[in-house]
Design a binder for this molecule. Structure first.
Ligand SMILES: [Ca+2]
Ligand SMILES: [Ca+2]
Ligand SMILES: [Ca+2]
Length: 145
């Protein structure tokens, strides 16, 4: 009986210690929110559109293993992309282009933001990524949290 009680007390102590750590981790980071993605120059020129997903600090958007069509010259909004965002000391935003098996998917480009300059401010910022016949513009907010 005493042993059981001590085990429970130990477990509670572990749980309390466990809940303290994420609060500290949350307190120092760079929050990045993707506002929109524009396809200035798609990879699949014959089709005139790409099927893309956006990866933010390792998480997929719009959702895991799903891509979304973007026509050349068009913009996908934050809500169409299912609110891509993440908070980390440094956040990498990447765009991938989905191709059917057995072709591999294509990495189109990326950028990283660490809020070292204080973030983007409320006006946001723009990054252009892609090369060799591929060009995308990513608008985003970044702030220290
Ligand atoms: Ca492709
Ligand atoms: Ca494709
Ligand atoms: Ca192209």
């Amino acid at each position: 009986m005493v042993r059981v009680f001590m085990s429970v007390a130990f477990l509670i102590a572990v749980l309390l210690a466990g809940t303290a750590a994420p609060a500290n981790a949350r307190a120092s980071g760079c929050e990045v929110v993707v506002i929109s993605v524009t396809a200035n120059d798609v990879q699949e020129d014959d089709e005139g559109f790409d099927d893309i997903w956006v990866k933010v600090a390792g998480s997929w958007f719009p959702t895991y293993l799903r891509s979304i069509r973007i026509d050349e010259g068009r913009t996908l909004t934050n809500s169409e992309l299912n609110n891509p965002k993440a908070t980390k000391p440094s956040v990498t935003v990447s765009i991938y282009e989905d191709d059917p098996f057995p072709q591999g998917n294509d990495f189109l480009g990326s950028f990283s933001e660490d809020c070292s300059d204080g973030g983007t401010g409320p006006g946001g910022a723009v990054q252009t990524i892609g090369s060799g016949g591929v060009g995308y513009t990513v608008s985003y907010f970044a702030r220290r949290v």
